[in-house]
Design a protein around this ligand. Structure first.
Ligand SMILES: Nc1ncnc2c1ncn2[C@@H]1O[C@H](COP(=O)(O)OP(=O)(O)OP(=O)(O)O)[C@@H](O)[C@H]1O
Length: 479
């Protein structure tokens, strides 16, 4: 690399290439705000305005970034992000640095070790031979955004959260050792696991806390066999005061890794150290994991996390948007929370896309935009009956164009069909009156309430009308 190159000139050249490869809008939105701050030993550090921004770059532009940076700096190029702390973050330290992602979003790390751009090499192979990780007290692989403060408590996760909180206050000193958090995909297990680690580090800064995915643990172990450093591997893990292993179902069928983990587990447990595990299923259902390990998993507490209810989903979305300094209309939040009801990661993904779409197109985020976006994320099985579906069924039945029903026209037959649509939306969904009104010709909640009363009254007094309602109800029920 030429000596004349510095972070600014390198980034300028990168931008020239990037500009030719993305739309002008995207360029302005996602690349112009980036500030190059350092180029040292082939590591280019760029500053980005928020964690959300960083995630968006990672998801959408990482391949492009890799290419241009390697082209400008050379094959050994590395990229570091410096994120200006989000508004609601706990830490007052700003900015902080995360390394180029490891393809595994959960292993966002504050580790001083920079990851090479080559994803194959992006994983820390042997933590005990990486100088930065000798200071285990500061290199815990914890993602600061996954704190208890950012975790919304609901009936779905109360036990797991409370147990996690207790463990964070008294690591190794509760009956919850190990604490095993299990549950379906994208329901907050990893988030809670990090929150426990962060809670412990906040209160007991001298404790050595390590978060590691079972996959990473396995890879490190396999490498240690290859390099003849298995003793170092085991000794490193024996140093931990708190060991958090994510997705332990990954150990299934990997006997040697299980042996190593069994040994480490026993040592830590016997010496009063805290172990936190997560898994996608309870121990009884874990196939391919040795019985002696499974029985140890059950020594402490196994707590499940389940799919959150509507209120919790809305609260999670609110946390997420306020955390990113954004605001969204209530009906949009409700729509998102309503449409995606099984997986929080998917719901957050839809929110991120919605915000990005609005930013890119300089549109305000409204219910129409939300509806357009949502279909990409919703799996049919999990879907609640939608307003569009109600509109379609009602309009087909009365042979009216949907646009009319959504318009403000006051023609008698349209008004009545619209009132019926509102009535069914109120009856068959949990939408607020305001959001039902917004989707039916921009009416307010009082109009929806009036519509529901009118429909109920007519149903009692007008037999033919009652017949319409029965027909429609049947059609809607087979949704
Ligand atoms: N109760 C909650 N409050 C706030 N955010 C949450 C909550 N539950 C989940 N999330 C968010 O949902 C996303 C997915 O959560 P997480 O990665 O912890 O899921 P997981 O259960 O570990 O999934 P997987 O089984 O795929 O590993 C994360 O962004 C997390 O912050």
């Amino acid at each position: 690399m030429s000596n004349k190159k510095n972070h600014e000139s390198v980034w300028r050249n990168c931008l020239d290439i990037i500009k030719d490869n993305v739309s002008l809008q995207s360029f302005k939105t996602w690349f112009e705000p980036i500030v190059p701050i350092r180029l040292k030993d082939s590591v280019l550090t760029i500053q980005v305005p928020s964690h959300f921004f960083y995630e968006w770059l990672e998801e959408h532009y990482i391949d492009l970034l890799k290419k241009v940076i390697k082209k400008e700096i050379g094959a050994e190029a590395k990229l570091e992000y410096s994120i200006i702390m989000d508004r609601n973050s706990n830490s007052k330290k700003a900015p902080y640095t995360v390394n180029l992602p490891t393809n595994d979003k959960k292993s966002l790390s504050n580790s001083p070790v920079s990851m090479p751009l080559n994803t194959e090499e992006n994983h820390i192979k042997n933590p005990f031979i990486i100088p930065g990780l000798k200071k285990v007290s500061v290199d815990s692989n914890l993602n600061p955004t996954y704190s208890f403060d950012n975790f919304v408590e609901g009936d779905c996760n109360r036990l797991a959260r409370s147990a996690g909180f207790a463990v964070a206050n008294k690591p190794g000193g509760t009956a919850f050792n190990p604490l095993l958090i299990y549950g379906g995909v994208g329901l907050g297990k990893t988030h809670l696991a990090h929150a426990i680690g962060i809670g412990i580090k906040n209160q007991f800064p001298n404790k050595t806390v390590l978060y590691v995915s079972a996959e990473m643990f396995t890879r490190q172990f396999v490498d240690s066999i290859k390099n003849n450093t298995t003793n170092d591997f085991v000794n490193f893990y024996k140093l931990m005061d708190v060991l958090i292993v994510d997705d332990v179902q990954f150990f299934a069928g990997k006997e040697k890794t299980q042996d190593a983990f069994f040994y480490i587990f026993n040592h830590l447990h016997q010496t009063g150290k805290q172990i936190v595990l997560t898994s996608d299923k309870p121990p009884v259902e874990m196939k391919g994991v040795e019985q002696r390990l499974l029985s140890r998993f059950k020594w402490g507490l196994s707590a499940d996390v389940q799919a959150p209810g509507l209120e919790t989903r809305i609260a999670i979305l609110q946390k997420k948007i306020y955390g990113n300094g954004l605001d969204l209309p209530e009906d949009v939040l409700e729509y998102l929370a309503y449409s995606i009801n099984t997986n929080i990661r998917e719901m957050e993904g839809a929110l991120t896309s919605l915000i990005a779409q609005a930013t890119l197109n300089k549109k305000s985020i409204n219910i129409e935009l939300a509806k357009k976006m949502i279909d990409k994320f919703v799996k049919n099985t999990a879907r609640e009956i939608s307003m569009d579906y109600i509109h379609k069924i009602v309009c087909d039945y009365f042979n009216l164009p949907i646009e009319l029903l959504k318009s403000k026209t006051r023609k008698r037959e349209v008004v009545q069909a619209r009132q019926i649509a509102m009535f069914f939306a109120k009856k068959m969904t949990k939408w607020s009156l305001a959001s039902i009104g917004a989707q039916c010709g921009g009416k307010d909640h009082a109009t929806v309430l009036h519509a529901c009363r009118t429909v109920n009254n007519l149903a009692e007094t007008d037999k033919q009308f009652r017949g319409y309602l029965d027909d429609l109800e049947k059609k809607l029920a087979v949704n």
